[in-house]
Write a protein that binds this ligand. Structure first.
Ligand code: NAP
Length: 255
């Protein structure tokens, strides 16, 4: 099913930004920031009611999207005639298990969503980003893309792989009018932990208890800064953490 609040081909004079995983958290906040900067924002996610509401609020276009499904990605892309900015944001974690106790289904979910999802969307939109004459790809990897931590290998391996895919594009696209920025957030309070702990709100809240995490808006503002640089300026990598966190493994609670 496709729900288009305004048609993606009806962007008028506005540049077009595509944000995946825009039904909550960083993606939703980014869609708002880019819309405020004058972009026609095309938002995709599986929860259509949420993206519909957001699209109405920002005068954008909501299109159902499951980045793990080839046909869904093809149908999504088909409805987007032109694109200037792509924000690869759809992703997340499932579980916190040691390698010895790894759940293969959780690993598959994380790899399908973060790695192959980013590949599918990027591959499909790349020709249009090049055609724009000033394309930008922002990929939300994570501090988990540069550090490993105990019980996190399903996620850290997926984020490392997603990030390497993104970084490989930088030299591959040299000479083409496309910039690439990798955003590596530390702790951001979103639905991330709720998804990781299968809807257990108590467990999710505990992650952010006793420290001040980043908000989705904090990250979105940085993405807005990236998108508003002139075409010759490429911000390659941005690592941002709350003051209360020093690395993936250390924060004011762990000491
Ligand atoms: P979130 O609130 O759970 O948002 C995740 C978004 O991804 C949702 O909109 C979800 O939408 C979408 N999504 C999940 N599976 C999808 C699929 N198969 N197809 C399309 N969309 C899908 O979490 P968040 O913190 O904003 O996460 C955004 C990105 O930031 C993720 O890549 C995450 O790994 C990364 N990140 C988060 C943190 C953190 O601490 N929160 C830190 C570093 C990096 P639907 O469920 O509606 O499809």
């Amino acid at each position: 099913m496709t729900v288009a609040t305004t048609d993606a081909s009806n962007s008028g004079d506005r540049k077009v930004a595509v944000v995946t995983g825009a039904s909550s958290g960083i993606g939703a906040a980014t869609a708002k920031v880019l819309a405020a900067q004058g972009y026609h924002v095309v938002i995709g996610a599986r929860r259509v009611d949420r993206i519909d509401e957001l699209a109405a609020e920002i005068d954008g276009t909501a299109i159902v999207l499951d980045v793990t499904d080839e046909q869904s990605v093809a149908a999504f892309v088909e409805q987007i005639p032109a694109v200037d900015v792509l924000v690869n944001n759809a992703g997340g974690a499932k579980g916190l298990a040691t390698v010895a106790e790894a759940d293969l289904d959780d690993w598959r979910w994380m790899w399908e969503t973060n790695v192959l999802g980013t590949l599918r969307i990027t591959k499909a939109l790349l020709p249009k980003l090049i055609d724009s004459g000033d394309g930008l790809i922002v990929t939300i990897s994570s501090i988990a893309a540069i550090e490993a931590y105990d019980n996190g290998a399903g996620y850290t391996t997926a984020k490392h792989a997603q990030a390497v895919l993104h970084r490989t594009l930088r030299p591959e696209l040299l000479g083409k009018p496309v910039r690439l920025t990798e955003i590596q957030p530390g702790m951001v309070e979103t639905e991330f932990s709720l998804v990781r702990f299968e809807g257990d709100a108590e467990k999710a809240d505990k992650v952010y208890e006793g420290l001040t995490p980043l908000s989705a808006d904090d990250v979105a503002e940085v993405i807005g800064f990236v998108a508003s640089r002139p075409p010759h300026v490429n911000l390659d990598t941005i690592l941002l953490m709350p003051r209360d966190q020093a690395s993936a493994r250390r924060n004011i609670k762990t000491g």
